[in-house]
Each structure stands twice: as structure tokens, then as C-alpha cells.
Design a protein around this ligand. Sequence first.
Ligand code: B4P
Length: 182
Amino acid sequence: MKKKLLFIGPPGAGKGTQANLFCAKYGLDHLSTGDLLRDEVSSGSVLGIQASEVMNKGELVSDELVLSIVEGRLLNIKEGWLLDGFPRNVNQANSLSKLLEKINQPLEAVISINVADDDLIKRLLARGRDDDNEEVIANRLKIYNEKTSPLIDLYRQQGILVGIDGNADIDVVFSCIEKALG
Ligand code: B4P
């Protein structure tokens, strides 16, 4: 089983859902920038307050903040890891590739989870987090299409991209991911 992974996909595709299941079963460290940022927000720190304003508009938090969080965590992981929701733009992807080169741990596979926009919107509205309302979801999808989706081609060119159909029950999607990484 591959152990240095990245899950990518639009908001609500199920990156976090699948990453939690995968890490629990295979003992990988789960690095979700969304969760780490929400922890920062809950702590009430100055950085958390700034991040919360950005997240509640559906924008991307600054690369500087996200990179410092990821770098600190990745440097301390001994076994496998799964990046969930990072990188989200070309600058973050370039920084990640330099960091992975430095620690000599190349990415082994990128799982791209695909779900139709209408279903994404339904799922997120049903979840109802602070950043899950119609206006903010529309902005998150726009930013995903503009800034994050170009990374899919980048990883395809590197020969490590696997596309997964996310329009199915959670356990069915999970089995497809396991099969792809086995
Ligand atoms: P994230 O926390 O990464 O969340 P997400 O993209 O909205 O959701 P995800 O795809 O993980 O969906 P989930 O499994 O929860 O980002 C939130 C915000 O943080 C961003 O907008 C941004 O502001 C900031 N941020 C994060 N990373 C950043 C970075 N690198 N740089 C800058 N800013 C960053 O699933 C969603 C719902 O669907 C759940 O309710 C789930 O139960 C349901 N679901 C999942 N799979 C399903 C299935 N197969 N069928 C039916 N429902 C399903």
C-alpha cells in the first residue's frame, strides 16, 4: 500500500471523509489543512481570528500561514502521511515539492475525487458548517476551479494521479481508493 499520499478535489468531494477512513485503517498521519486551520480558529489566536474571516468568505488562507503549519507537521512524521486539502494552488504545490525533496519523501500517489457541482452543493448545505452557505459555497467552487484544479494536470504529468468517482456511497468510494493504492 502506498503511504505518501495527497487527496485532492472540490469542496465537499469527500476528501476529509475518505482521508479519515484511510488513515484509521492504514495508520497514516492525516494532515488536513482545513482541520488544522479550524483548530487555530477555535484556539482564539490572532492568526485564528484572521483565518476565520478568510474561511467564512470561502477564500484561501494565506500560503505563508498554511505552509508554516504543514512544514512543522511534516518534518515530525516518521511513517506515512496523507495530505488532505493541501496544496490548493500552484505556489503551495511548488513549496510542497521543495519540502518533500528536502526530506527525501516523494509523493507516491494523488487521489483526485470527482463529484458533480449540484451534488457538492447539496452535500455542503446538508453539512451546514459556518462556511457552508450558498454564497460561500459558490465562491469556494470558483476558487477551486481557478486555483486548485490546475494541479490535477500537474500531477497527471508526473504520472502519479488517480481519478476516483466520488458520486457513490462512502464505502464504495473507499473501496475504489483502496484498490487504486494497493
Ligand atoms: P476543507 O476543510 O479542506 O474542506 P472542504 O474542501 O470543504 O471539504 P471536503 O472535501 O474535505 O469534504 P468532506 O469530506 O468534509 O476546507 C475548508 C476551508 O479551509 C477552505 O475553504 C479554505 O478557506 C481553508 N483551507 C483549507 N486548506 C487550505 C489551503 N491549503 N490553503 C488555503 N486555505 C485552505 O465532505 C463534505 C460532506 O459530504 C460531509 O457532510 C460528508 O459527510 C458528505 N459526504 C462525503 N462523502 C460522501 C458521499 N460519498 N456521499 C454522500 N455524502 C458524502
